[in-house]
Design a binder for this molecule. Structure first.
Ligand code: HEM
Ligand code: FPP
Length: 305
């Protein structure tokens, strides 16, 4: 991954550096959720328009990643996980990242408006604004609730996908939003438990830094409990069905169990096994979201309720 690039003698930007600015790995899951939101909507779209919509949502997501990296270059330079990124390592200038982010935002929003509809395009613009401005510039450096509220940005994409197909919103698209929204805190805090030093060094008020790990552990478990009813409720709507419900049931039991294990662990035990459980739950979180949306796709294919 580009985050781990070695430092070059002559820091010259390569194409890969500009791709890295778009945070492709994280955005792949974002784009998948957007695609599923669009795919399971009750209004079928022409395959070419499906392709265009997903492409422009992906470009918009990438644009927001570049804007985030432009603004966060100072933080990224301090943290081990991020200091090899294109800007802190000197291969790309802040101005280039800002230009790329703004340029892609304009292209993505305009093209989505022209190919899908302007409601979806406005929604995409708002989501980019939410991630780049509300989360990155404001919440991230200000409150330990940063990722709870900021998580909304990452939760909007399936609603944008649904809006591309239908021109509106619905209970189903709202529940897909809720699924990602309440998933984000356990997803991120599991990681923060074994990355605390990084955020501490960078002065970012993550919950682990401001309230300590014991509180963070309880929050993780709490959110897995809040999340489960929304995941199951989605299965009872018009996009749900027995396959989705079975998958959701298993995944939520596993996730709640993971949250419970994280909460019950003492810091000493965690240090002794190098945060093995926290690492496992972080990985599980990625499968959790991917498999829920995959199950929605399969359910749609075999026929929803
Ligand atoms: C405010 C919300 C979020 C925060 C703070 C957050 C934070 C993080 C961090 C710090 C990483 C670690 C490594 C990396 O930089 O790749 C990560 C990984 C990841 N996140 Fe999130 N995340 C958030 C929301 C999301 C959303 C909404 C998605 C997708 C729907 C997502 C998908 C992923 C994926 C796929 C990875 C693994 C990337 C890899 O393999 O390198 N995240 N997240
Ligand atoms: C369509 C569209 C506009 C989608 C946006 C999706 C979105 C907001 C995803 C959030 C993903 C993410 C990596 C947050 C990380 O927080 P961070 O930026 O604090 O993480 P870092 O420390 O790795 O930079």
């Amino acid at each position: 991954m580009s985050d781990t690039h070695a430092y070059d003698h002559t820091p010259e930007a390569e194409f890969g550096d500009f791709v890295a600015l778009l945070k492709p790995r994280v955005m792949s899951l974002v784009v998948f959720t957007a695609f599923v939101g669009l795919w399971v909507a009750p209004v079928p779209m022409h395959p070419f328009l499906v392709f265009c919509s997903v492409l422009f949502i992906a470009l918009g997501g990438g644009a927001s990643g570049a804007l985030n990296m432009w603004y966060d270059a100072d933080i990224d330079a301090v943290m081990n996980r991020t200091r090899g990124r294109p800007i802190p390592s000197g291969r790309v200038t802040g101005g280039e990242a800002l230009g790329l982010g703004l340029g892609l935002t304009v292209i993505a929003v305009m093209m989505l408006g022209l190919t899908a509809n302007w409601f979806a395009a406005g929604f995409l613009a708002f989501t980019i604004f939410f991630y780049a401005v509300i989360y990155t510039m404001w919440l991230k450096r200000w409150t330990p609730q940063n990722i709870v509220i900021g998580g909304a940005a990452g939760a909007f994409p399936p609603m944008i996908g649904w809006a591309c197909a239908t021109g509106g919103i619905s209970v189903e698209s709202f529940l897909m939003f809720a699924l990602i929204f309440f998933w984000t805190p356990p997803h991120f805090w599991a990681l923060a438990l074994f990355m605390k030093e990084d955020y501490h060094k960078a002065g970012v008020p993550m919950l682990t830094v401001t309230h300590g790990r014991a509180v963070t552990r309880r929050h993780i478990f709490g959110y897995t409990l809040v999340l489960a009813p929304f995941a199951l409720w989605l299965g009872l709507t018009s996009v749900g069905g027995p396959i989705y419900l079975a998958v959701a049931l298993v995944l939520n039991v596993l996730f709640i169990r993971g949250g419970w294990q994280i909460m019950r662990r003492s810091e000493e035990t965690a240090i002794a096994d190098n945060y093995a459980v926290e690492r496992r739950v972080f990985k599980l979180s990625l499968y959790y979201l991917f498999l829920h949306f995959l199950a929605l796709m399969v359910q749609h294919w075999v026929g929803a309720w």
